[in-house]
Design a protein around this ligand. Structure first.
Ligand code: HEC
Length: 158
């Protein structure tokens, strides 16, 4: 009697473990099923990705658009290359383009940078640089409206 009870318990235990395993398996299958349902793309063979690099006709650094050198904002003109090479190393080109000076003013600014900011001797490039700056970043000629001349005054009648 005792042994058959033992046998019974053993059988129940075995069944119990089998059930657990079955549920475990079902769990895994359901999980996989849901995973695939939510990410169907994992079944599709992904084509090896090809990165298309557009071929640029002109390197970005050299691009001029509407007379403006795109990368720096400098006006296109003779001496532009020298200015880019010598005037954008320490500060942004904006510091240059937001200023307007006479030739003397530009030379003085260059001297000031040479004396106090370690700007190098511009050598034979200085002329091209100063010329470019004085031409393209000259003071605006008419900051104020000119004084009126040739006005026909009239008397105020009372
Ligand atoms: C070696 C570094 C260096 C180089 C190269 C350089 N600068 Fe400067 N520049 C400076 C420094 C530093 C300042 C001061 C920046 C500040 O005030 O924030 C300055 C300021 C300026 C200013 C503003 C001056 C003011 O009164 O506010 C102008 C304009 C300028 N630079 C133009 C030029 C031009 C044009 C060139 C090319 C010829 C040039 N820089 C090259 C270092 C340099």
């Amino acid at each position: 009697m005792m042994s058959s009870e033992k046998e019974f318990k053993k059988q129940v235990g075995k069944l119990y473990r089998q059930l657990l395993m079955a549920f475990g398996l079902i769990g895994v299958v359901v999980f996989l099923f849901l995973y695939i349902a939510l990410n169907p793309s994992i079944l599709v063979n992904k084509p090896t990705e090809t990165t298309i690099v557009p071929v640029q006709e002109v390197a970005v650094e050299d691009k001029i658009e509407n007379g403006i050198h795109v990368a720096t904002g400098f006006v296109d003109g003779e001496g532009l290359t020298e200015v880019i090479q010598n005037c954008t190393n320490c500060h942004s080109a904006k510091l240059v383009t937001q200023n307007r000076m006479t030739r003397e003013g530009w030379v003085a600014t260059i001297r000031w940078m040479q004396e106090t900011q370690n700007l190098w001797d511009l050598g034979n490039q200085e002329e091209a640089i100063v010329k470019y700056l004085a031409k393209n970043y000259a003071p605006q000629k008419k900051g104020r409206r000119e004084i009126l001349t040739d006005v026909e005054w009239y008397e105020l009648s009372e």
